[in-house]
Design a protein around this ligand. Sequence first.
Ligand SMILES: C[S@@+](CC[C@H](N)C(=O)[O-])C[C@H]1O[C@@H](n2cnc3c(N)ncnc32)[C@H](O)[C@@H]1O
Length: 402
Amino acid sequence: MSSKLDQLLASLSTAQQLASELQSELASNIPQSLQAAAAAESIKRAVQPAPFRAFDILFSTFRLPAVRTALDAGWLEAITQADPQTGITAAELASRSKSSPALVIRLMRFLAATAVVEEVGTNTYAPNPLTHFLLIPGWSAGVRHFSSAYPGATAKMPQYLANLKYQDPPGAPHDLFTYANGAPFFTHVSERPKDLDAFDSFMVVARTSLGPTWLDVYPLEKLKVESSDDVLLIDVGGGRGHDLHAFAEKRKSLGLEGKLVLEDRPDVVVNSSAEWREDFGVREHDFFQPQPEECVGAKAYFLKMIMHDWPDSSCIQILSHLRDAMKPGYSRILINDNVLLDRNCSVVSAASDMAMLTVLSGKERTKAEWQELIGKVDGLEIEDFYVMEEGGRGVVEIVRKQ
Ligand SMILES: C[S@@+](CC[C@H](N)C(=O)[O-])C[C@H]1O[C@@H](n2cnc3c(N)ncnc32)[C@H](O)[C@@H]1O
């Protein structure tokens, strides 16, 4: 070896070879694949010259619109159907979508450079695992949701925060999304059925592709009801009921009895499928209002990705209504949200916090911030934390003080 730099390049080449050989093994082992990705990222940060790292930031702005365009035009779908060895040409993509071949080449060049597709010949593209992944309906809904909900508001973030003199953003109507779009997020999407559908469909997959779920870490045997007529679990703001459906499947093997209830806004629960509705009752309910009589004294009130949507003041209102519905010594609130690390937060968790700031003045919280929030609701206390991945998703278990 002539120098340490040669050694580094040789080691990286070996690592590259290993990574491509282990692709399918890594895909089924998320913790280890994240560990490998973190090591690779730290090497990239150490070796990439600063101007190119700066370009990464500046040019990242085009990634989402380019993917969205290729999805809308049908190019990504056509590529996933192509032979992985020979691919499909830009001319063929252009002919199928009646597009300009030169334009297809420009967009596809960028998507190949950013590894969304493979370039298997000049102007010829084949799918990789990410191309296929982006075609999963919930994830293409995620692309539609992010590209329609966020850019208008993020463009105005610097001015909005300067106007606020860099204080914590207040809730609607003084939040960033309303500042940029003239209406709060949930009002805005309610008036746009395609955007609402994209958001709700993305919610179904948003956290389920990330590895273990709350059902894998929370001791479900704690959720025993006194009688089978009692309410076992209410999914508060549960979307179309995907988590409740998964819980209903899981409880069968655990002998957990009791009723299940889905609560959400009217235009959301209406889209809960008939098949899922066999597992649970459905209620239109605004979580800023008290629980209805039938939902008082449930064993568990489950809130997934709800608290992170809202600033503390709104969370306190939601939690106070649940506290009033809880039976002391029996009921519990289960919050399934991120529990951030105090330092070295992952990009996904830190970016999720930015998304929450943008869309509803919400926030992701550290353990200390969860303690502080729950401490502000009279009569509630945290009993335990359960962690799905360190610094990421977890369950905060809350009981009513006796
Ligand atoms: C981030 S999504 C989470 C959905 C679901 N819990 C999940 O994890 O996939 C937030 C949910 O809160 C619902 N929501 C928003 N405002 C609400 C309100 N005032 N009352 C009840 N549900 C509301 C939305 O319709 C949406 O389904």
